[in-house]
Design a protein. Structure first.
Length: 100
């Protein structure tokens, strides 16, 4: 986010986040500085992956049972099938860069 927003906006979000016990990302989203989808897209790009909103994904692409799907959705991470490739967060997270 630091590359996308002015330093003063980031600093203000960090101060506010610290005072209320949230992450600066939540402060920026709640203040309408950026959308949640915009944040997730930027984060995914920084992590070297992509963000795919669920409206672009069919139910058939998720190999989980309905009960498993509810649990995974609550955690915010779903394995998805794209052609012959299964994208699973456990494999993806092992390759993620460390936060700065």
């Amino acid at each position: 986010m630091r590359e996308l927003l002015p330093a003063r906006v980031i600093a203000a979000a960090e101060r506010r986040a610290s005072s209320i016990g949230l992450g600066a990302d939540r402060v920026l989203i709640c203040a309408d500085v950026m959308t949640e989808e915009g944040y997730l897209t930027a984060l995914a790009t920084w992590l070297g992956t992509f963000f795919d909103p669920l409206e672009n994904v069919s139910r058939a692409q998720c190999p989980l049972s309905d009960d498993q799907l509810i649990q995974a959705a609550a955690a915010g991470l779903l394995p998805l099938q794209y052609g012959d490739e299964l994208l699973d967060h456990r494999a993806a997270l092992s390759d993620c860069p460390q936060p700065r």
